[in-house]
Structure formats: C-alpha cells, structure tokens
Design a binder for this molecule. Structure first.
Ligand SMILES: [Cu+2]
Length: 125
C-alpha cells in the first residue's frame, strides 16, 4: 500500500468506529452496574442536564446502589424520585448521595427529577 491508500484506509476505519460509537454505543448509553467491594451492584450517576448514564442495567433480586452526584447549580435535578420503589432523595450540589433499591422482577423502572423533567431508567435483567 502507498501512503494515500493507508490514509484512506485509516480514515475509513475511523469513520466506522465513530459511527459505531455514535449510533450504537453512545445513543444506547446503557451502562451495567458493577459489583463493588462490598459485593453490592453499584453505579455512579452524574446529574447534569439529565442523568448520565440514563439507562442502567441491573439484576433482579439484587441490591442496587445508585450513587447520584449533582454537578450543576440548576435546581432541576435537586430531587430524584424512584416511584416504583417509593424512594426519593435530595441531592445537594457536588455531593454523592447513595440510593439503594432492590428490583425484584425483570423490567424497566423509571427514575426522574422532582419535576419529571430529567428521566432515566433501570433495566432489570
Ligand atoms: Cu427537574
């Protein structure tokens, strides 16, 4: 291969990688909770213009700890509500607040801000 062919090939692969990332990985933006040191499924969720990640994958019958950290002055995300679990939590700015739930059955469980504007969901497998 000459230099031009190499450049075209690399550019092509970069484009494919970008497409895969943008349309497949990023758009889904679903992140599996990981088992932490205490043997508990945990995930860090950043609150900033929404929830990141907005889709969290967890396991049925297992305690799930969501570590919410609000990284914005806007009060929109000040409160997080998990209606199906009857939980709500106040999230002071730049403080990590753990919220624990045990999803008993597989399915999708929504969580929102106090005004129902920010939305996220827990996908239980
Ligand atoms: Cu809000």
């Amino acid at each position: 291969m000459n230099t031009t062919q190499i450049v075209v090939t690399v550019a092509g692969f970069s484009l494919i990688a970008w497409i895969v990332w943008y349309f497949w990985l990023w758009k889904g933006e679903s992140v599996a909770a990981q088992t932490g040191t205490g043997g508990i499924l945990e995930i860090d969720v950043t609150v900033k213009g929404g929830y990141q990640p907005a889709t969290i994958v967890a396991k049925a019958g297992q305690l799930l700890r969501l570590n919410f950290t609000r990284r914005e002055a806007s009060t929109c995300g000040e409160e997080v509500v998990l209606p199906e679990f009857g939980k709500r939590a106040h999230l002071p700015e730049n403080q990590t607040v753990p919220v624990e739930v045990i999803p008993e059955k597989p399915g999708e469980y929504e969580f929102t801000c106090g005004m129902n504007m920010y939305r996220g969901k827990i996908v239980v497998e």
